[in-house]
Structure formats: structure tokens, C-alpha cells
Design a binder for this molecule. Sequence first.
Ligand code: ADP
Length: 779
Amino acid sequence: MPDSEQPSRSLSSAGPGLAERRVSGIESSGSAASGKPPRSNEPERKAPQLRPVWFVLILLIPSLALTFYYSQMAVPGGGEADSFLPTTSYAFVLLLLNLDLIGFVVLTLLLSRNLIKAYFERRHRLVGSGFRTKLIAAFIGFSLIPTILLAIVASGLVNKAVDVWFSDQIDRVMKDSYEVARMQHAGHIALAVNSARAIGQELFREDMLMSEQRDLLIAAMARKRMEYGVAGIEVFSSKMETLTKALDADIPAGVLDLPVSQLVLQVINGKQEFTSVQEAQTGRLVRAGVPVAAGNNRGELAGVVVVEAYVPESLLTKMEGIGRQYEEYKQIKAMKNPIKAGAYLFVAVVTVMILFSATWFGFYVARSITVPIQRLAEATEAVAQGDLSVKIDAKATDEIGTLIESFNRMTGDLQGSKFKLEDANRSLRQTNVELDRRRAYIETVVETIAAGLLSIDRNGIITTFNPSGERILGLSADRIRDRPANEVFKEFGLDVFQAVYDRMQADARDDWSLEGQVDVQGKPVKIRLNGSRMRDEANKDLGYVLIFDDLTELIKAQKVAAWQEVARRVAHEIKNPLTPIQLSAQRLRKKFFEKSPDFDKIFDEATNVIVTEVGSLKHMVDEFSKFARLPAPQMARQSLNEVIEEVLTLYRAAHKDIAFCVELDEDLPVLNFDREQLKRVCVNLFDNAIQAMNHTGRVWVSTKYDTKRKRAIVSVADEGIGITLEDQEKLFVPYFTRKKTGTGLGLAIVRRIITDHDGQIQASNNQPKGAVFTFDLPV
Ligand code: ADP
């Protein structure tokens, strides 16, 4: 109900008033400015005071009812007849009408206020104002036409009724009725008086009052009573003695017993006619007393005749009713215009009440819809501002209730998700910090390690190239980072890198190592390269990381050490035959100077020793020079299996205690190699295997074609003493030997031949015992 609500009312209070809407509007904008959305979940407060409109209605409705009731009561019957002023009930009606008028004015003012409010709310486009205006318009529209029609018809009827009511015909009828009633009354008196006169005359003429005529008088009076149709005739003497009484037996008892002496006395004293009207319980008794003069003397009174006429109660009441009604009619007729005005006013008040009710109902219905919608709008705004804690506390049970419930649930869910998101965000931030820390740590490691590091992602793009890598290859990271690896390797002649990268791509192996040479600013640099495949926790391929070392310095140092060893050994080997040579020469010289008889024998022995020792020296020098001057390989396309078979044939014949288990891959295609050098490789490997087994046992020889990598793989395994972990690294270094008569050059030569053929050789232990040497060659 729109009324003068206090501006301090919160937005949660119900009511479609403009004041309230404005208040909530200000609250919203105020809080929007302060960055905090309005609270929508305040409990609904009831208006503490009685609103004026209720007050007016509470007064007006009984007032209207009373008006109607009293107007019904007051108009037909009058209270005090002969009163010039309006009756008290009529005055009350007027008072009520005035109250109605006041109520009417107040209601009209309130209605206009509501409509003006609605108009301004619509102009200010407040939430829900459009809907409210439409609803009010619909309600007024629907009620206005029938109400106005009804008002017109009702006022027409009222006008007509009042006119008919106070028309001349009614006036005349009322007047005539009144006259008839009045005349009826007068008729009774006249009847009594005239009858009394006539009887008086007769008594005087006949001189019937004489005492001797008494019987005649009694009979005459009884006859006269019947003749005149009166209630009774009483004849008194001049001394007030009752001479005769002729009374109607039908008249109720007690009426004719009413005292008559006063009237008789009046007549006797006044010597003239007198009438009296006496009221009895059952009716009215009209008496007329007439003096009867004495027959002899004119001035003397002979007696008094009293004639009685009886008006019964029923007739009396009717007569009085007519009289009273006529009086009231006269009064009301004087109030014709005020009555008309009152009736019009009544119709108008009812009309305005209907209109007001329609408007109020419009407001009421609109409020039940717009208030929750407004709250929803405000809450939505709050949610838009980021406050997810809003809850709408409106008591709606219909679809809007469902909407509000859904909204509340939605904000609740949103808040829950927001908390979850915040939590996730927090932990994500922590993880990120941790990851950053770890990344920085790994970067530092990568930056500081002495080895070069190059990483290639899944798409073949170089992602990392560390400063050591820059130093070893003499390339700045900017020139190669974020470029395809294949392109970079080709551009800078990094063939070893390309080889490892290709093999790792072609092979399922997770790591691969290779030694090779690259040109760094015109200088050949020997590097060792280790490639590893990177995989994530889900074993998904992430790319490759290549770690490489500059072996030049290492090799230089190794070479120095090797040549020192070579010098030591050569010295030792030379010293060994030199001693028998020296001893033989000294012995020969001594025997020669002694001119010893067995000089010839000794000469032969000593020269033999010298020749043998020199021969072994020569062999040693030959071996050494063979390693020093390994000829360039004479490459030709041929079958590797054939070469291996050739060497095996020799060995089978020479070593009867050795079982050769051979498994050669027939699919192995022909490849490019130096036949003699490969034979040497086989001879060295077979010799070592046989020596490791002390000339008895099994040797496994196999070839295999790796189609994926396009390489021939050869392995030679034995069941000899095997290789210690410590020795595995050193086997291929020149002059490393564990044998008393070994040179330590065999495996060094083998590795050199294999690397010259662009292959690789590895030594490992055979299961359950022995050693395996595996080398591969490109096909
Ligand atoms: P040498 O045979 O003259 O010693 P090598 O270079 O051929 O020189 O061999 C170096 C060393 O490698 C040998 O002394 C031996 O200790 C070890 N070796 C080579 N082949 C085998 C093998 N099949 N089993 C065990 N040890 C081996």
C-alpha cells in the first residue's frame, strides 16, 4: 500500500511507494560508489504505525454503512411531528454524509498521490515501475468503465427517485390523507355536539326532564342513542344528578366510566356547550355537554345532556400515523436538495472507493511482483560487483519464489566455486613459485656445468644451449636457439650431433653416445656426445638432450700418457733382448781373446742368440710401426658375413678345442669396408676370446641387420674370464694389457679400424660369464 513511509526504511521493506523506491535506489548507488553492494538479506520489517489510508478506510467503511442504514431509517418515518427543524436521525445522516465527504476527499487525495507517484516512478524508470503502471492501468481500466456507468445509472436513479418521491401527486395524496384523518377527528366531535344539541332541543320541547316523565326519558334516550349511533347519552339534572344513561354495551368496559362530572359542572356553570376529549386505554372518548333550558323560565337550567362518541384505538393510531407522516414529509421535502446531494455523494464515494481499491489492488499485486524483482535486480548488481555473499530474503511462494530460491542457490554455488577457484589459484601460485625456483635452479645448473648442453623439443626445435656449449662449439646461443635442429646441424657442420640425433630418432633407445670431430673456427675439436631422450611422468616424449664434452685436451693428455707408456714399454722391450745380446757379445769377445778352443761352438751359440734377440727386436719394431702407420682403408662393397666366415675357417682348423657358435644374418646386405682391416678386427677379437678362455670353450659369433638404423651389428662373445668394470673403459687405450706377453695394441687397433669405418665398438660382460664385444657398421 503506498503511503507516507519513512525515508529510513530499508530496501527490504515491502511497499511500492516512490519514497521507498528512491531510498533503495540511493542505497544501491551509494553502496555502488563505495564499492560495496547493498545488503538485500535484511529481514522484512513491518510498518510499525497504522498507515493513514487504513485509518481512513476503517473510519469510512462503517461511516458509509451507517449512512446507508440511517438514510433508510430516517427517510420513511419521522420522529417528532410538528417539529420545524430536521429530525435528530436526519441530522445524524447529515453528519455521516459529511464524514463520508471527508473520507472521499482524503481517499481521492491518496489515490491521486499514488497515481502521481506511479507516473514519476515510470518517468524515472525505476525497477518495476513500468510493470506496476501497466497493472494499475489495467485494473483502473477494467474497473473505471463499469464503475462510471454504474455511477451514472445510480445517480440518475437517485435523481428520479427523489423527484418522484417529492412529486406534486405524492404531495397531494399526503395532504388529502392528512385532511381525511383530521376531518375524521373533527367528525367525531361534531357528531357528539350535534347529537347533544338535537337531544337537548327535544328534551326542552317535550319537557322530559320532569320527574313524572322519567320512564319516557329513559326509553327516549335509549332510542335516541340508537338513532344517532353514538356511544352513549347521559342526562343530568341541574343538580348534577344522573337522570338516565343510555350506553352502548359494545364499547370496551371502563371507557364510558371515565369521569364526566367536570364537564357537567362546566356546562351548568357556563350555561353553554362544552366538549371534552378523554383518552382511555382502548381508545378516545369525545364528550359534548349541552345545557337543557327549563320550559317555564327561560333563564333557568333544567339539566345537561352529555353525548359520547367513541373513537377506537386502531382508528386513532392510523389517524395519528397519517398526521405524523405528513409532518415528516413536509420536513423532508424541505431537505430535498440536501438529500439529493447526499445520495450523489454516496454514489461518488462508492465510485471512488472502487477506483481506489482497483488502484490499490494494482499496487498490491505489482508490489508482490516488483519488490522481489527489484531485490533480484539489486542482488544481481551486487553479484556483478563481485559480492557473491548476497542472499535474497523475500517471502514469495510463486514462480518468483522459485526464481529467488534458484538465485540464492546460484550465488551459493558461485561462492563455493569461487572459494574452490581461489584455493586452486593459491595452490597453483605456490606450485608456480616452487616451479620457478626449480626452473631457476636447473637453469643455474645448466649454465654452470662444464659440459655443453643442447636440448631439442618434440618438434625438433633447439630450446636450450648453455654457455659451456657455446664455448666448446664456438657458437653463440642466439644463433641456434629456437631454430630447427636439422637446419642448425647442417649449417654449422655438426655432423656428430646430426648422427646422434638421427639415431635417437630412428632408434627406440633412450640414450646414445658417440665420439666425433667437429670444426670449431677451422680447428678440429674431438668431442664426446651423449644423447638422452626426455620423457615426462606419463612417459610421453618431450624431445632430446645432448650433452657433449671437448675431448681434445683429454685425448692430448691420454696421448701423452700413452706415449710415455709406449716409451717405457719400448725401452723395457728393447732392454730385454739387449741383455742377452750384450752378454753373448761379451762372452764371444772373452773367448776370442782367450783363443778358447771351443770358440767356434761358442761363436755359433752367441751369434744365434744375438740373431734371435735382434729378430724379436725387429718384430717388436715392426708391430709398433704397423700401429703407427695404419694404412688408409681400402673401401669396397662386399659381404661382411663372407669375411667373417673366411676368418672362422682358419680358426676352426687351428683351434680344435674351441667350439664356434655362428649365427650370421642372411638378410645383411653388402656394405662398404676394407676387407683386410675387418679381417684384422675379427682376428684380434677371436684371439682375445680364445686367450680369455685359456684355449678351451665356446665362442659365439653373430651378425645382425638393424633395418631401422640401417646398420650391421657384429658381436663376438666368449665364456672366459670377463672384464672388470674398471677395465671396461681402458681396454681400447693403446698399450693397455693384462697379459704378460700382451702388447695392449690389439683393441686399440680394432677401435681405430671401426671408427675409421664410421662405426662404434663396446665391450661388456657376457651372461653368465665371459665378455661380449659388439661393433656396428653403417650399411
Ligand atoms: P693384448 O691382447 O695384447 O693384451 P689387447 O688390446 O688385445 O692387447 O687386449 C687388451 C686387454 O683386454 C687384454 O690384456 C685383456 O686383459 C683384455 N681383453 C681383451 N679381450 C678380452 C676378452 N675376450 N676377455 C677378457 N679380457 C679381454
